[in-house]
Design a binder for this molecule. Structure first.
Ligand SMILES: [Zn+2]
Length: 143
């Protein structure tokens, strides 16, 4: 069952058993953990860092930015946590999900992957040229 409110709990370590509707905030490890708000039981880990999520406190209420998109889970749920409220994005089409994913610059992993892919693409001609040169040297010496 989808929940509409979530209560923050400040903890020193993340407990083994998580409860529905509780947002476990661990300042020491800069991590926030909660059970997916759709009720599927999956654990959602949101690390706190400038490139990942940020937690804002307004009195007793907390907000997490950016939104939580559980694309890798079966439920594919997408929601915002704003002042202890769970704001559902509704079911999005794969295209809309792609759009949100692309726009979400906070997705550090995707960013790192993109950078690495570009790096290997740039390295490819150099690699080929080196191989060709080595082959030429071997051929030259064999004469
Ligand atoms: Zn879920």
């Amino acid at each position: 069952m989808k929940i509409s409110t979530i209560v923050p709990a400040h903890v020193d370590t993340i407990p083994d058993q998580l409860e529905d509707g509780v947002l476990y905030v661990c300042e020491q490890y800069k991590t926030v953990v909660h059970k997916c708000c759709c009720g599927c039981g999956e654990e959602v880990v949101t690390p706190l860092s400038p490139a990942e999520w940020s937690l804002r406190k307004t009195g007793d209420a907390v907000s997490l930015k950016p939104s939580i998109g559980n694309w890798s889970y079966g439920c594919k749920s997408h929601y915002w946590i704003t002042r202890n409220r769970v704001v559902w994005a509704g079911s999005m089409s794969p295209r809309e999900i792609d759009f949100v994913k692309a726009r979400d610059k906070a997705d550090k992993k995707a960013y790192v992957e993109t950078v690495n892919r570009q790096k290997s693409r740039q390295a490819w001609p150099i690699y080929m040229a080196t191989k060709l040169w080595n082959a030429l040297v071997v051929w030259w010496r064999s004469k």
